[in-house]
Each structure stands twice: as C-alpha cells, then as structure tokens.
Write a protein that binds this ligand. Structure first.
Ligand SMILES: [Zn+2]
Length: 186
C-alpha cells in the first residue's frame, strides 16, 4: 500500500478527532507525521502517522491507535500495528496502566488483604499479576493484545503473527501470558 499526501491528511484528521477528548484535559499536543516519526522502526518502508498527547499527569505517555504507551515505544508499536494490518491481523489491547489500576487488579486477582495486594508472589495470583510498582504496564512498556476482541491465546492467528514478527519491533512475550508483550519480556 502506498501512502499519498491526501490519505495522510485523512489519517491525521481521524487521529486528531480521537484525541479531542484528551485535549480537553491534556496540556500539550504534539503531532508528528511522516517518516520522521519512524526513526526507531526497523521497517523503512512503513510511513508512520502518529499523534502524541502529553498529559501532565502521565509524563511521557503517548497514544498510538488507542494504546497508551511510553513515548519510546510509540513508533515501533505504530509500525507493528501497520505491518500486522497489512497481513490481515487486526489487534487491539491495552498498554499503560496507573499504579492505582495495578492495585485494583491485584485486589481482584490475588486477594484483598494487604499481603495479597502488595507482597504475594505474582505466580500465586489468578491470572498472574505483578506486584504494584513492578509491572511493565506501569511504565508503559508492556502491552496486552486482543485478537478480534478477545485476549490473545496460543492458538490465535495474532499470537502466531506476534511470535514471528514482534521481536523486530522490540517486543518480547512473557511465556506464561500469550497476550502480554513487553520490551523486557516480563
Ligand atoms: Zn500484561
């Protein structure tokens, strides 16, 4: 697929409308368009259109097609999603989460006591959930992917695609969780 200037303009206005709400609460909008945004991409052919939103409460987190991730991961994620799409693989999911959200998940997956929330080993929770302050999601460097609206599992086409391709975009899988991909593999 070739990207023409008018197509880029349509993409940018669509993306801009997606950030209108964050704009209302956000402080700074940075729009980065074109190959300049793809400097860390290993896919020179991919033209990345990306809208970055800096919220003063969330430091260097940016939005890439519905995912909130650390800015250092943004262009790689945008290129990964674009490549996947070209292969007919459409993925959604979540990236960054606050420590407050991590605590809520620990309460749900590990138990409600202080020990359960803050100390119990992740492996004793169902599903395994990192201790507050230690999750790669809390720094925007992990993504939980969905495939056709459901968590990625080992037999899904999305998992096979990620296994074959995610590494070239700097993402590794946590073996115990087929949906969880991060820069460290944890
Ligand atoms: Zn995860």
């Amino acid at each position: 697929m070739t990207n023409t200037p008018w197509l880029n303009r349509i993409l940018v206005s669509t993306l801009l409308s997606v950030v209108l709400f964050p704009m209302a609460v956000g402080v700074l909008i940075i729009v980065v368009v074109g190959p300049g945004a793809a400097t860390t991409s290993t896919q020179p052919s991919a033209t990345v259109s990306q809208v970055a939103v800096d919220l003063d409460t969330e430091g260097s987190m940016v939005r890439v097609r519905g995912f909130t991730v650390h800015s250092s991961l943004a262009s790689n994620l945008a290129a990964l999603l674009q490549d996947a799409e070209q292969d007919g693989i459409i993925m959604g999911g979540w990236g960054y989460r606050t420590t407050q959200r991590q605590i809520e998940l620990r309460r749900k997956h590990c138990g409600t006591s202080h020990y359960a929330i803050y100390q119990k080993p992740s492996s004793q929770c169902s599903p395994p959930t990192a201790r507050p302050g230690t999750s790669q999601h809390e720094v925007g460097l992990a993504i939980d992917f969905t495939c056709n609206g459901r968590s990625v599992n080992r037999v899904s086409s999305c998992f096979r695609w990620l296994q074959a391709n995610a590494a070239q975009f700097g993402l590794k899988n946590l073996p115990s969780e087929p949906w969880h991909w991060s820069t460290t593999g944890r």
